[in-house]
Ligand binder design. Structure first.
Ligand SMILES: C[S@@+](CC[C@H](N)C(=O)[O-])C[C@H]1O[C@@H](n2cnc3c(N)ncnc32)[C@H](O)[C@@H]1O
Length: 271
């Protein structure tokens, strides 16, 4: 994914962070505002919550805004420069989820969350990253992972169908495979219990509620140009011309017909 990271960096971080805020609002609506899907009693104060691959902490602020009880919020990302200048009571630290976690955090969290970031586990793939995440959780605590189903997407128009196909070829090419559908098994293999999965359909563009029309299109099409650059570097059934024309086709299709993606949320508990 280095190509992807470099291209979003070259564009400056602001557009990517704005896109993530748009996507977060779209997901929040699809989840009925329930960003924490794992069965944690958030009314009991003092929970310790870590979002790994947090970017600028949008998910953490969203979770916090819905709670009446006070909790401790932590965000980590391999790109420390994404963290907001005003940390607003959230503890941020730069860290790659591939590396051993700092000693002080081991076994201390009630919830460890990752969303849309596990492609960053390439080329080794998510299994060792997930195992590594479990070292952070205290007994009874939860790991929650949310990723897009690229390999068996909802029925869509031709451009969105090609987008999903390109994404799954890309994920195979960089070595992470069909991780969204495999996260449940990887949580089990990492030794967690009560592992469950929730699947949520996210409506995009013309299929979304009017107030999410622009946000949902922006959220999904934002990374398409950087993703197509990665797609050209791995074996693909698409020609370069087909890959290059994909972002504009997807945008037009979402504006004119709408589309859907499925997000898979897998969560499991430490014994
Ligand atoms: C698509 S963004 C998702 C951001 C956020 N989780 C959200 O849902 O809004 C992916 C994030 O994963 C981070 N990331 C990629 N590889 C990583 C790694 N090895 N360790 C930690 N974070 C990583 C990127 O820097 C980026 O902020």
């Amino acid at each position: 994914m280095d190509n992807f990271m470099n291209m979003t960096k070259d564009l400056g971080h602001k557009p990517e962070l704005q896109r993530l805020v748009s996507l977060d609002a779209t997901y929040d609506d699809a989840l009925g505002g329930k960003l924490v899907v794992a069965p944690i009693n958030m009314n009991e104060p003092g929970k310790r919550i870590l979002d790994s691959g947090t970017a600028d902490g949008t998910w953490l602020r969203g979770v916090r805004s819905k709670q009446s009880a006070q909790h401790h919020y932590f965000g980590s990302d391999v790109e420390g420069e994404l963290f907001p200048e005003d940390t607003d009571g959230i503890t941020y630290f730069a860290h790659s989820f591939k590396d051993p976690w700092p000693e002080q955090y081991l076994g201390t969290f009630d919830l460890v969350h990752v969303r849309g970031s596990l492609a960053g586990s390439a080329p080794e793939g998510p299994a060792p990253v997930i195992k590594n995440l479990t070292t952070l959780v205290k007994p009874g605590g939860w790991v929650q992972l949310m990723e897009m189903n690229g390999s068996s997407p909802p029925k869509n128009g031709p451009a969105m169908t090609d987008f999903a196909k390109m994404a799954s070829e890309l994920f195979a090419g960089i070595g992470v495979g069909d991780f969204a559908n495999n996260n449940k098994h990887m949580l089990e293999a990492a030794g967690l219990k009560n592992v469950q999965e929730k699947r949520v359909i996210v409506n995009l563009g013309k299929k979304a509620k009017p107030e999410f029309f622009d946000k949902s299109i922006h959220g999904v099409t934002g990374p398409l140009v950087p993703l197509t650059s990665v797609a050209k570097a791995v074996p693909s059934s698409f020609t370069v011309e087909q890959i290059d024309s994909l972002p504009a086709r997807v945008k037009a299709e979402l504006e004119n017909e709408g589309g859907q993606v499925e997000m898979i949320i897998a969560f499991g508990q430490k014994a």
